[in-house]
Design a protein around this ligand. Structure first.
Ligand code: AMP
Length: 419
């Protein structure tokens, strides 16, 4: 079954075309056929498409073309996918795409698993706009655009970033503010990156041949956005992002945890509106804010190592220290774990950052293996701690698109998705 996976942002659409079915899932041999991104939709858009060759290499094509909205962008993607120029085996018309899987950021309290999209599901996603005003409207644009481009009969599935965390107990998801605000406005912690944390625990248990109930790990997703998840018995017990993705770890441009009294103080001192304060915390803080240089961890590590830049070193220090504190608190919340697992652009690629995070955790039982840590980059998965380390450390590259494609297949076939 060929599944088109879509991730729609405010002015961008990312896609992957994945061939999957029950047997391919079982054997972990699902195939990515093509992928790409269209950016700057609404003006002269930048289009970047790639086809995956049989030997795993890709051939790419770039162009700039005016695209007025998400429908035009998706039409552009589809026309390319079926074109002789792309020459994707087995795909020559829209009917060769069996279903479309959408990444949807917020499913609220009701949408706790991947769902075949119908009018009721659309209404529920709309209900969550209040909780994710920046993201859910963009995801809906993608869903409407598919209806327009494919006609009303296309099978669409929504896969929610929040769903994996629906198992959080009330004592982990409640904020200590008057309970009526939870009742009235649904103010609570939801957590995000659920597709990634779920993939990581699934892959870990497959690699080790464990039953889900026996998976007790801490998954650490470090990309542009960063979050950490305590997974007990294969289920999310706690996670660092909250009602929005702003809470928790230090991120590329987001502050993560902060004393809420700072908001009013900053507004008063700088003459900011509340919207401006929120924008500072979301877009000018984190690694960028502390270093004053960049939100790109690669550049920060280079500045720290090659130029001994004080603020770059400080940004990495604050970033790693926050993660250490979360690891400690989650080990306490879970009554111990068997492994911590790194994923995301930074987690998968930076042995430097991983060693900063894990140094000083020997008392907790981590014994790192320096060689394994250094050798594990660019899509490699494996253990980076010593054999026999009481708490293991692993790297497992995330694959959210694959998870979305598999859920889409299962929803279309009426099969239950393993969480
Ligand atoms: P993601 O959002 O998962 O695509 O991750 C993006 C982040 O990964 C960016 O901040 C990059 O700087 C970071 N990244 C990618 N490769 C490396 C690397 N080799 N060392 C450090 N950070 C990296």
């Amino acid at each position: 079954m060929n599944i088109l996976v879509l991730n729609c942002g405010s002015s961008s659409v990312k896609f992957q075309l994945i061939n999957t079915d029950a047997q391919l899932i079982e054997q972990n041999t699902d195939k990515r056929l093509a992928y790409g991104v269209i950016e700057r939709i609404g003006g002269p858009a930048l289009v970047n498409f790639s086809v995956v060759n049989t030997d795993g290499t890709s051939r790419s094509q770039r162009e700039a073309v005016p695209l007025r909205d998400h429908s035009a962008a998706i039409e552009k993607i589809m026309q390319w996918i079926i074109s002789p120029e792309a020459n994707i085996p087995g795909i020559t018309s829209y009917t060769d795409i069996a279903a479309i899987g959408h990444r949807v950021v917020h499913g609220g309290e009701e949408l706790t698993k991947s769902m075949l999209i119908d009018d009721e599901v659309i209404r529920q996603i709309e209900d969550c706009i209040d909780l994710a005003p920046l993201h859910n409207p963009q995801n809906l644009k993608g869903i409407y655009a598919i209806k327009k481009v494919f006609g009303g009969t296309a099978k669409q599935v929504a896969v929610f970033d929040t769903a994996f965390h629906h198992t959080l107990p009330d004592y982990a998801y409640l904020y200590a503010i008057p309970y009526q605000f939870y009742r009235r406005h649904k103010i609570r912690r939801y957590g995000f990156h659920g597709v990634s944390h779920r993939y990581v625990q699934f892959r870990y248990r497959t690699l080790l041949g464990l039953e889900r109930e026996n998976v007790n790990v801490i998954s650490i997703h470090l990309g542009n956005g960063c979050s950490i998840c305590a997974i007990k018995g294969g289920r999310s017990l706690d996670t660092s992002m909250g009602m929005t993705p702003l809470e928790g770890l230090v991120m590329g441009t987001r502050s993560g945890d902060i004393d809420p009294a700072i908001l009013e103080h900053l507004a008063h001192k700088e003459g900011y509106s509340m919207a401006e304060v929120e924008s500072v915390l979301n877009k000018q803080s984190g690694l960028l804010g502390i270093s004053g240089l960049t939100n790109d961890m690669r550049e920060l590590v280079a500045e720290a190592v090659e130029n001994d830049d004080r603020r770059a070193k400080l940004a990495i220090e604050v970033f790693a220290y926050r993660i250490k504190k979360y690891i400690g608190s989650y080990l306490a919340a879970m009554n111990g774990a068997s492994a911590i697992i790194f994923t995301g652009g930074i987690g998968e690629n930076s042995d430097y950052v991983r060693s900063k995070i894990t140094s000083g955790l020997e008392w907790m039982g981590i014994q790192m293996n320096g060689e394994r840590n250094k050798a594990t980059t660019r899509g490699k998965e494996g253990k980076i701690s010593e054999d026999g380390s009481r708490l293991e450390a692993w790297v497992i590259p995330t694959n959210e698109e694959l998870m979305i494609a598999r859920d889409t297949f299962r929803c279309v076939m009426g099969l239950e998705s393993p969480r």
